[in-house]
Design a protein around this ligand. Structure first.
Ligand code: BGC
Length: 766
């Protein structure tokens, strides 16, 4: 203890000495603290900060902590264990540098929110921010101060299991949701009890992942290769990371995939040219789990020592459970393969993160008996689940409660009473016993008389007897509620599917239920868009609910009963058939867009080669999806007025030069009988230019309440910069990349979904 106290005084003195020697003034006290501490550290202790280990403890690991050889731990979630290990670091290590405890808290810690793709379907960033804040408040009690979230990988392929963890296919929507999540996690208290001017946040440090291009894996198979041209990378895949960085995300995580042949952990172009030099990012870059050692199977490095060099060269600062720096840094230093000064710079970022989290002042769990599931937390989870449900079809059966009569319903399907499954993927700390299932919620509601016959006991169940029982039970009811979908384990990391139909005998069950002649409402609880065209046809109504979390049951009850009007919209295109993927709304038009496709069974036998036309579509399904990006129905109806655009002259913020500005207004009237929320979406299409541009691009959206009979005018601002994109110009073998706006005509829509069936207006950029 005495030694540690002396060291603390030395640290204070070192601050002053450092300031005097370097000439740096007290203008940046945080840097001074960091540098002072760094000055006291041995090379081994510095490397220790770069070493992140899995939290299963043994005597060796504890000894490593004591020796200052570990900077962070992942997967310790018990506050008592956090405190025990932290005490070793604080009281028994030479410098008492706190450990940083990290965890995958992806959509809630104990109170589980809908999976992120479901949160994206709310189109409500304020709500998403509120959910992240709730999550951080639950989590930090345990002493965990960093979450490996948000995942802002763009996903255009419904086979890829990890799309469940992100915000879908659109760059703009993902930017908005990613930034909202970062703000929610990284909250700071106005009256910070620690009162340290360097401390930036009281909440959880966010980690934007997976940097970069991970979602474009070939064939939607996880960890697979991605080939993304620089301009596509910069237009589509990188902006959400930049948005998170600008929102203050304190860390980022390298992705597993090889991007254009180069895995991210060794990718200097991504990690240095772009992240550090272009974006001036001063947070910490963490590897993914062992992604550094993966450079060997990737075929980049012959052994771990080489892998360590490549990661170091690509400025990967924290090695998550890869043991590369830990094992090889000293040897590499001795060989001259790594440089002390550069290591100092990398460690500086890590120490800065720890200071910003206030860890030096408050390294411990705030309590050893944390409180979870507060009413506020449950309300946030409920509201998010309500707004994440997307109504895809309704022949008028919904809402189910129309008058005072009790409604007799059959509840069936494998997801109706599946406490664990409704929580979705990545719920290390979620407790299924706290889930309220749809069956539980409906049973408690006196407006319903409930019969329950699951039919199938889990989503892959193929047995037939249960279906027969469910069909029998349907005979005496007014309506059937069929809760189908995917078990949680079928989406998430490494859970990719080649067939994205409802698994097991669920399609057959839908068919049998439909044959009863009773109206069947299909509620899909899944981790990805599924190809449910046949089932949608047979259902009287369809709600796409993703995995809705702890409060999925009451949320779905309120929407189905009509207490809450559905307001979710699809964050991903739903294909008709898996063969259509990757399928996304902001595609290029091709030179031969589909006109009136002749489908496979309409082709006359023996017809000549060119007789059926030459356009871009699949013979089985044409070129259209089952449901478009942005689509979602309501119990009310909305009428969109004409788009009104007013052009004016404004000023560029940085240069002060003049620029065009557009105010895009549209009046929306609620023409139905329910007060309801609507999501007007702003789309543009560039009509000519240097490169072919997407048929539509989302540039803005709002989520607004419009009362029955009321009209509300929404306004969006557009500037030429909003229309800019990355260009590529080749000179011989060298390409030049620049972001600019083409002078051209642009079509502008305000519409309820990406089909843009409303009338567009044209603007011209000079
Ligand atoms: C995943 C990351 C996750 C990490 C730590 C990896 O397998 O790709 O997203 O944060 O494990 O659990």
């Amino acid at each position: 203890m005495i030694v540690r106290k002396i060291l603390k005084y030395v640290l204070i003195l070192a601050v002053a000495v450092f300031a005097a020697c370097t000439g740096k003034t007290a203008a940046d006290p945080l840097s001074q603290k960091v540098d002072s501490l760094l000055a006291l550290m041995t090379f081994e202790e510095k490397i220790g900060q770069m070493n992140q280990l899995e939290g299963w403890m043994n005597a060796d690991k504890e000894a490593q902590i004591r020796a200052g050889q570990v900077g962070s731990l992942l997967n310790v979630a018990d506050p008592k264990e956090v405190n025990r290990l932290q005490r070793i670091a604080m009281e028994e290590s030479r410098l008492g540098i706190p450990l940083l405890f990290c965890r995958d808290v992806i959509h809630g810690f104990k109170t589980i929110l809908p999976i992120p793709i479901g949160q994206a379907a709310t189109w409500n960033p304020q709500l998403v921010e509120q959910g992240a804040r709730m999550t951080a408040e639950e989590t930090v009690q345990t002493g965990i101060r960093l979450t490996f979230s948000p995942m802002v990988d763009i996903a255009r392929d419904a086979r890829w299991g990890r799309l469940a963890e992100g915000y879908g296919e659109d760059t703009y929507l993902t930017e908005v949701m990613g930034a909202a999540t970062v703000r929610g996690y990284q909250f700071s208290c106005a009256n910070n009890p620690i009162n340290d001017s360097d401390q930036i946040i009281n909440g959880l440090a966010a980690c934007a992942k997976h940097f970069a291009g991970y979602g474009a894996s070939e064939s939607g198979r996880d960890y697979n290769t991605t080939w993304i041209p620089e301009i596509l990378l910069r237009d589509v895949y990188l902006p959400p990371f930049k948005a998170c960085a600008e929102a203050g995300a304190m860390t980022m995580m390298c992705s597993f995939n090889a991007l254009n042949g180069l895995p991210s952990s060794a990718n200097q172009h991504l990690n240095i040219d772009i992240l550090r030099n272009e974006w001036n990012y001063d947070g910490v870059l963490i590897s993914d789990w062992g992604s550094g050692s993966d450079l060997i199977p990737h075929g980049l490095c012959a052994d771990k020592q080489e892998a360590a060099i490549r990661c170091y060269q690509a400025q990967m600062e924290i090695d998550m459970e890869g043991h590369l720096y830990e094992k090889y840094a000293q040897q590499l230093l001795d060989k001259g393969a790594i440089d002390r000064k550069r290591i100092d710079d990398m460690v500086r970022n890590i120490l800065r993160l720890k200071f910003r989290l206030g860890l030096f002042n408050q390294p411990y769990a705030t309590t050893e008996t944390p409180e979870y599931y507060s009413q506020k937390a449950l309300d946030t989870a409920l509201k998010t689940a309500q707004e994440s449900a997307v109504l895809l079809k309704n022949n008028g059966i919904l809402p189910l409660v129309n008058n005072d009569n009790k409604v007799n319903i059959l509840i069936c399907g494998p997801l109706a009473d599946a406490k664990k499954e409704q929580l979705g993927t990545w719920i290390f700390d979620g407790e299924p016993e706290h889930s309220v299932t749809p069956l539980m919620a409906f049973k408690q509601d006196s407006r319903f008389s409930v019969a329950y016959e699951p039919g199938l006991t889990y989503s892959r169940d193929t047995s037939g007897e249960g279906i027969e029982r469910a069909v029998k039970a349907a005979k005496n009811v007014d309506a059937i509620l069929y809760f189908c979908g995917e078990e949680a384990i079928l989406s998430g990391e490494a859970r990719c599917r080649a067939d994205i139909n409802l698994p097991g005998a669920q399609c057959r069950m839908m068919e049998e239920l439909a044959k009863t002649g009773k109206p069947a409402v299909m509620i899909v609880m899944a981790g990805r868009p599924l190809t449910i065209g046949n089932e949608v046809e047979k259902a009287a109504a369809v709600l796409y609910a993703y995995h809705g979390g702890t409060m999925a049951g009451p949320a779905l009850l309120s929407v189905i009963a009509g207490d809450v009007v559905p307001s979710g919209h699809l964050p991903m295109t739903m294909p008709q058939m898996v063969g259509q993927v990757p399928m996304y709304y902001n595609r290029l038009n091709t030179g031969r867009p589909a006109t009136t496709p002749m489908l496979i069974n309409d082709i006359p036998i023996g017809c000549p080669q060119f007789s059926i036309g030459q356009s871009s579509y699949h013979l089985e399904v044409g070129d259209q999806p089952l449901f478009h990006f942005g689509y979602g129905l309501s119990y009310t109806t909305f009428e969109y007025g004409e788009v009104d655009i007013v052009e004016s002259v404004g000023k560029n913020h940085d240069s002060g030069t003049e620029r065009q500005e557009f105010s895009v207004k549209c009046s929306i009237t609620n023409t139905g009988k329910y007060d309801a929320m609507e999501v007007p979406q702003l789309y543009v299409h560039q009509m000519s230019g240097e490169l072919a541009r997407p048929v539509k691009e989302l540039k803005g959206f709002r989520k607004i309440m419009i009362k029955s009979g009321e009209s509300v005018t929404v306004e969006f601002k557009l500037t030429p910069d909003d229309l800019a994109y990355w260009h590529e110009k080749w000179k011989g073998k060298t390409a030049e990349y620049y972001r600019t706006t083409d002078p051209a005509d642009y079509e502008v829509w305000v519409a309820p979904d990406s089909r843009c069936l409303t009338r567009s207006k044209k603007i011209t950029i000079h």
